[in-house]
Design a protein around this ligand. Structure first.
Ligand code: 5GP
Ligand code: ZN
Length: 114
């Protein structure tokens, strides 16, 4: 998608610290970390979570969660745990259209819900 920062990161046009990649998913450190470990996990395919999610893309979500599990082990927080957050749309403060999960961890996180 032209003009999408995350598509540019995936294509190597914008530098980032990539911590994990496979055929379907890329993960890199957030430029403005909100926890000791803050990694952004994205599908290689540009999808806007506001209006482009459909049944045909269900596998993307399992790919992302399987990647998260591997990244947590790699980052040595496999036992301590982590939080996954996805912001969808203006009320959630979504800044970048490309579907992305925030993986946060490496410290005790304040509870948001639950
Ligand atoms: P959103 O608010 O859309 O859920 O999250 C977008 C995230 O992308 C923010 O946490 C922001 O810090 C991060 N971000 C924005 N631009 C860049 C960039 O150029 N590089 C990296 N690594 N992260 C970025
Ligand atoms: Zn994109």
């Amino acid at each position: 998608m032209t003009g999408c920062i995350f598509c540019k990161i995936i294509q190597g046009q914008i530098p980032s610290e990539i911590v994990y990649e496979d055929d379907n998913v890329v993960a890199f450190r957030d430029i403005n970390p909100q926890a000791r470990i803050h990694i952004v996990i994205v599908p290689r395919k540009h999808i806007n979570p506001m209006n482009e999610i459909n049944e045909g893309q269900a596998k993307i979500f399992s790919d992302i969660f399987l990647a998260a599990k591997k990244i947590a082990v790699q980052q040595k927080i496999g036992q301590r745990g982590f939080r996954m957050i996805v912001n969808v749309g203006p009320d959630a403060g979504q800044e970048i259209e490309h579907l992305h999960f925030h993986l946060l961890g490496g410290e005790k996180l304040g509870k948001l819900v639950g």
